[in-house]
Design a protein around this ligand. Structure first.
Ligand code: SAM
Length: 725
């Protein structure tokens, strides 16, 4: 487990270098250069190897070919300290910076800091000792390690110093001088040989580089489009069923270069659109995307950054676990897992609960600690919306789309099992996983319910904070689910934003603007498209003038778009945060935080006027699981030609109505049948919700009762609810 995974730390990264074929190739030469361990020992380790390691680290990915990319392997960020299973971070001290962050939002973590002694240096030393103490049976050096760090190590094991080849102590008098000369000559000759060999290698690599990319001194223009047009066979070979991937890759690189220096490199008579069209065709063939999605994703970035994004989607993100602070401390968990043969390191300074796993001798989903709920396997980026939400103790919070509960259980942990979390998910199958996680992790302040969240304001409101981690197209998690490449069509990018907009309005309407401690809504998706993110937030800002965008409080992330392809968004959209795999080595994600400053407009707290059974069908279709052929056809009729489009309310309504009718027909229900019958079904469906949700009441009149149950739940936890509900 963990082998072959990227070893780059997640989150706030070292400076990112965008993909560049030359650099990549050069870097490969450098990498090869340092490979023979003999040479590594001969050369002085310190300054040179540090700078080389840094260079490597700054280039998380490079040129690659499919299906087995020949890419330079992502350089390892950390150096494995052979005295423990903790990775160092290119620093001399092996200290595990556990919980060294000054800010603290949770008592357990604070107490950890206190335990470490207040003095940060002491704390670090303690951590060193702690890690060192567990080294005896942890040395996995015997294990053939594909990801052996030694190549890129900044330091070898421990603090072992680089020893000079010649030591004064070994030599004396003229004998010594002779020996010295002989040794010197031998040493110098060897050094010279190595240097010559290296130069020859570099020259060869450069030559290959030039041949592959037609770069030369920059005077030769890539002849990419004409080449394909003129030579039908060549064109076919690049785009046919079995395309020549190496050639395709070369052409992609060349077109990127042209697009980034268009006035100098374009062929006569060729427009930017010609090149763009070419590269999108090539990218979809090379990486296996449908052309619609390839274009949509390509448009988000500069050409070279787009290539980095597509490339990053070809490799998995590191495995991360979140410490369940309801049951343990990260330091303790780390130690136990290290003892089990897990190589890990804190996920980054930005999180006090995440551990990034590099290697494991045991299945992490089946350790006693896992079963006891000491941790949950959770992608690093999915910590972020909860951190932005920052739920407080004793608050009443709603997780609108909660299954399988990674975020719900994190919320409960931050609230220290006080107050109340309503965890909602309309998919009963997925809700089972949610309930399982809640039990395993020892969460006691959460009520599970199963509504179409668009109905939530009708069911109950007055929450201090609402998290809407919306169903989405999953364009941020393509590395995890490659089916997204082919099964997301234009129809999905119409249908999903409609649903997301309605869900966001419902989230806003469920919040108590007068909350003493909160009044916040966090909207997140694991998608990077603008329609599902800024587009949805913009719509909500327009429809609900009683909300404002506020700072997410997250310490890293790219600013959201304030304008995109001719559409201008609210100026505050820059407060939203985007996360990209190629930039932070995390899943693609979007996080926006809103504050409700006044009551929602009268009559606004309703979702679409649909029956519950119809709504549930809609919900199921909205869950990101493959393309719905029927849906595609239906929505395609309203689609506009361009790759990027905005829909209005009228369009929303039409699409929803169409979908509902179709779903009813599929179920054998006449869509024109008497709605009162649908009402009967609605009643039945509502009877199905979990017992806890029933207590909350499925009708508005029952809201007061539901709130009573919330109070009961809170007091069960021995906590007095501050705020009157
Ligand atoms: C991105 S997943 C949520 C992941 C979850 N927040 C977590 O961290 O484990 C989106 C969820 O939205 C749910 N969903 C789909 N349509 C919905 C709707 N209309 N109302 C509420 N939830 C919905 C899906 O069942 C799915 O579980």
């Amino acid at each position: 487990m963990g082998k072959g995974r990227s070893k780059h730390k997640q989150g706030l990264p070292d400076p990112i270098e965008m993909y560049h074929p030359h650099l990549a190739k050069k870097r490969k030469v450098d990498d090869d250069d340092v490979k023979p361990s003999k040479r590594a020992k001969e050369e002085k380790k310190t300054a040179t190897s540090i700078s080389r390691a840094r260079d490597n680290r700054a280039a998380p990915k490079a040129n690659g070919t499919k299906p087995k990319p020949t890419a330079t392997k992502p350089a390892k960020k950390g150096t494995k300290d052979t005295t423990s299973n903790i990775k160092t971070n290119g620093k001399k001290a092996v200290a595990l910076p556990l919980d060294s962050d000054a800010d603290s939002d949770d008592e357990i973590e604070e107490s950890e800091d206190e335990e470490e002694g207040g003095d940060s240096s002491t704390g670090k030393l303690a951590a060193v000792d702690f890690m060192g103490s567990s080294d005896d049976d942890l040395d996995d050096d015997d294990e053939p390690d594909l990801d052996d760090d030694s190549e890129n190590s900044v330091y070898d094991s421990g603090d072992e110093e680089a020893r000079p080849i010649f030591s004064d102590d070994d030599l004396s008098g003229s004998d010594a001088e002779e020996q010295l000369n002989a040794a010197n000559i031998e040493g110098l000759t060897r050094k010279l040989d190595l240097q010559i060999a290296r130069e020859a290698e570099e020259a060869e690599a450069e030559l290959q580089d030039q041949i592959a990319t037609n770069i030369g001194t920059g005077e030769i223009k890539p002849f990419v489009i004409g080449a394909a047009d003129d030579d039908a066979t060549n064109a076919t070979s690049l785009t046919s069923v079995a395309p020549d991937l190496a050639l395709l890759r070369t052409r992609i690189n060349d077109v990127v270069r042209v697009l980034e220096d268009f006035s100098n490199l374009c062929e006569d008579g060729r427009s930017r659109a010609d090149y763009t069209e070419q590269i999108i065709t090539d990218i979809s063939t090379y990486y296996g995307y449908n052309p619609y999605l390839a274009e949509k994703l390509f448009d988000l970035f500069s050409p070279s950054e787009a290539l980095s994004f597509f490339e990053a989607n070809e490799t998995p993100r590191p495995l991360v676990i979140r410490t369940n602070t309801l049951k343990t401390h990260r330091r303790d968990l780390a130690q136990v897992l290290i003892n089990r043969g897990v190589t890990l390191e804190p996920v980054g300074k930005w999180s006090k609960v995440g551990l990034q796993i590099f290697e494991s001798q045991v299945p992490l989903g089946a350790t006693p600690e896992y079963l006891a709920g000491h941790y949950i396997l959770q992608a690093a980026s999915s910590f972020l919306p909860v951190m932005a939400l920052a739920p407080q103790e004793n608050e009443r919070c709603l997780d609108m789309a909660a299954a399988p509960g990674g975020k719900t259980t994190y919320m409960a942990a931050l609230m220290k099992n006080t107050g109340c979390v309503f965890a909602n998910d309309p998919s009963k199958a997925r809700a089972k996983g949610l309930i399982g996680n809640i039990h395993r992790l020892g969460v006691r302040n959460t009520i599970v319910c199963s509504y179409d969240a668009r109905e939530f304001p009708k069911v109950m409101g007055g929450f201090d904070r609402v998290l809407l981690d919306a169903p989405c197209s999953g364009t941020g998690v393509i590395a995890k689910d490659a089916s997204v490449k082919t099964n997301k069509s234009e129809a999905d990018f119409l249908r999903l934003p409609h649903l997301q907009k309605q869900l966001l309005l419902a989230a806003i309407d469920s919040v108590d603007h007068a909350s003493k401690t909160g009044g916040y809504i966090v909207y997140s998706t694991c998608s990077v498209t603008v329609e599902e993110n800024e587009g949805v937030v913009e719509y909500a800002l327009r429809k609900r003038p009683n909300v404002r965008l506020v700072d997410t409080g997250l310490t890293f992330g790219v600013e959201g778009f304030v304008s995109y392809r001719g559409k201008t968004f609210n100026d505050k959209m820059r407060l939203t945060r985007r996360y990209y795999p190629h930039k932070y080595n995390v899943d693609g994600f979007f996080v926006a935080k809103l504050r409700k400053v006044g009551p929602s407009p009268a009559g606004s707290s309703t979702g679409p006027s649909v029956s519950a059974n119809g709504a549930e069908d809609m919900v199921m279709d909205a869950v990101p699981v493959g393309g719905d052929k029927e849906g595609e056809e239906g929505a395609a009729s309203t689609a506009v030609e361009s790759g990027f489009q905005w829909s209005d309310d009228e369009e929303d309504a039409k699409i929803i109505e169409k979908n509902l009718k179709r779903q009813k027909r599929r179920k054998g229900i006449d869509p024109r049948a008497d709605p009162s019958k649908a009402g009967a079904k609605e009643k039945k469906s509502k009877e199905d919700v979990s017992t806890a949700a029933k207590a909350a009441g499925s009708k508005k009149e029952k809201t007061t009762k539901a709130k009573g149950s919330v109070r009961a739940s809170s007091s069960q936890n021995g906590v007095k609810k501050k705020k009157s509900t």
